[in-house]
Design a protein around this ligand. Sequence first.
Ligand code: ATP
Length: 311
Amino acid sequence: MSQPVLEVDHLRKTYGDFVAVDDLTFRVQSGEIFGLLGPNGAGKTTTIRMIMDIFIPDAGTVSVLGATPRQARLRVGYLPEERGLYRDLKVKETLVYLAQLKGMDKDAATRSAEAWLDRVGLADWADKRVKDLSRGMQQKAQFASAVMHEPDLLILDEPFQGLDPVNVELVKTLMRELQAEGRTIVLSAHQMNLVEEMCDRILLINRGEGVLYGELAAIKRDYAPNAVRISGEEDVLTQLTRLEGVVDAEQNRDVLILRLGQTSPQAILAQIVELGLPIRSFEVESIPLNDIFVNVVSGVHPDGSEEGAEA
Ligand code: ATP
């Protein structure tokens, strides 16, 4: 397997007595979209700032593209949580300046700025001042500034915040295009539905510590309830509540959720077929990432028990 693009080992950062990041270890693989998640104040931005060489860790190491954060600086793109381009400068002028700071020569920076302004729908605004753009437009310009020097690793801190649905789609499309070009993306976002759509693997941080880490699909499988959702005629569904292995049933007109004990969804389906009962749809229940996030952060296990309740 190729070397991870980002290797974070036993990272720690304190502000005075307060431990903001505590013994954090994770990897980001080449070409993936990796979700860095956590509640407000969990330590995501602090972690990103150490990856970006803005903060020095108190302990632990960060390796970016096989080098130190400082050495890798020009190969990384960063959309920071706190937005702000120079308000009095013109949009294109600002992008060209920022791309030059990332090592591009002026001609290449100008070409890239024009192409990216076009791509994010701001070509007509290139010579306007930043302060004349709406907040969402400024954010798109800042997205362009993060990617225009063609970084190998892109770190996006809340890229969807404040964008309308059309621009959310645009940013998603751009992220997928960048991934298809082989770039690696770290996405920090609070919209769990978008994280589910975009991310291959995630790390959930809570109070500075990693509490959930790995492939998103596997995490969702681990947390999924053993239950099935069936739709059909109301009276047929009522009969299904008596199937063998059902421990609890919840019927809402033509939709039925059966919670299962030791039985599998396949065994339930087999019983329905055996009985010859007509149904419209049958699906294994899944759990939204949003629920996993809330449960893990509030210390509730997938089975509903509270963490440490027996202690
Ligand atoms: P959010 O989702 O709200 O952006 P976050 O996960 O990015 O949160 P951080 O900004 O990393 O969280 O903050 C982690 C903790 O460290 C918070 O409790 C915050 O108050 C604290 N903190 C962050 N920066 C500083 C600082 N410069 N001085 C003191 N404490 C800080």
